[in-house]
Design a protein around this ligand. Sequence first.
Ligand SMILES: [Zn+2]
Length: 270
Amino acid sequence: MIAALFDSIHAAQDRQATYQAVSVYRETGLDPRRIDPLLVRLAGRDLLLYRSYSRGVTLQMEAGVTDKVNLQAIEQRFAARYERFEERLQKMLEYIHLRSGQSRCRSAYLVNYLTGETSATPCGKCDLCSPTNENLPWRPDLFIAAEPLRIDPRMVILGAVKDHNYIFGKWTIEKMVLGIPQTTFQGKERKLSRSARASDHYGELEGSGVKPDHVKRALDGLIQVGYLQIVERSFSTGGTYPAVKITQKGRDALAGGIDLPVLQESGSVV
Ligand SMILES: [Zn+2]
């Protein structure tokens, strides 16, 4: 086999010859899939130098593809699939562009689309079919809520401690949820740690109307009734500090499993 190949490409000692698979195959009928490994093996034994070209992508024509009728069938299949895609896209656009005053309903539209029928009952609640739809879709300048939103600082504190469990002291927790980066007390400046400032809970109570004193009392109250506890923790540099830790009771309260302790105005807990 290798002799036939060398003949075909006029290979000789100390000569460079080019091997083209297609022409060699035509001439000799040698299968290129067998020649390549053979050349590699000979090169491995230093019997010749062989540098193969990068072969790129090899396309193998299946018998089915050479047939024109088959090709057309493939083409049609793709066209049909594209048509279905286009149809769905149009349905989505139609949904987006549904307008009131045409006796339409968003919910019914979806149900009809999915069932292929046209008999779905209007929901009476959407922006198209609700009897009180005058102010829908929702206007951002319109507030219907009668009560102003109230944030419970106890929940915020529990959430903050849970996410930074047994890491921060009381001072850090307080300043963090209030969004106070540093304080000065008796001429001494104290800065909030970088991780506290980067926390998701940083400034969580900012603009909520909750006063710093309220936060302090809530934190103390949660510790007093065992939702949180103070546990000494070592600094990496030596020494210890009191870190705030959440208890199982605290986790239960955060999850809504048990009620929060009632805090009196004076700060004591009932
Ligand atoms: Zn509706």
